[in-house]
Design a protein around this ligand. Structure first.
Ligand code: 5GP
Ligand code: ZN
Length: 115
């Protein structure tokens, strides 16, 4: 998608600090981190929201989870833990319309996700 920030990161038009990449998944540091470790994990295919994933693309969710396992080990947080957040649609405040999972770690999180 031409006007999508994350597609521009994927094709290198916008620079990013990559932490993981394979043929279909990319992970990079969030530009405005909310925790000492704040990584965004995305499919390279442009899918705008979690509700837009069709049956054919569902395997990408498995690939994302496998990438998250690798990233957690690479970042040394596989035992200390992390929080995964994915927003979908207007009520969630989703700003970038390209599916992404926020991987937050490196500090003790509060007991609740803000609602
Ligand atoms: P959302 O609110 O859509 O769930 O989260 C979008 C996230 O993308 C935000 O945490 C924001 O800081 C991050 N972000 C937006 N633009 C850029 C960018 O150009 N580069 C990087 N690395 N992160 C970005
Ligand atoms: Zn996109």
């Amino acid at each position: 998608m031409d006007d999508c920030i994350f597609c521009k990161i994927i094709n290198g038009q916008i620079p990013s600090e990559k932490v993981y990449e394979d043929d279909e998944i990319l992970a990079f540091k969030d530009i405005k981190p909310s925790a000492p470790i704040h990584i965004l994990v995305i499919p390279k295919k442009h899918i705008s929201t979690l509700m837009e994933i069709n049956e054919e693309d569902m395997y990408l969710m498995e690939k994302i989870m496998k990438a998250i396992h690798k990233i957690a080990k690479q970042q040394g947080i596989e035992k200390s833990g992390f929080r995964l957040i994915a927003s979908c649609g207007p009520d969630s405040g989703q700003e970038v319309m390209h599916i992404h999972f926020h991987l937050l770690a490196g500090k003790k999180m509060g007991p609740k996700i803000v609602a």
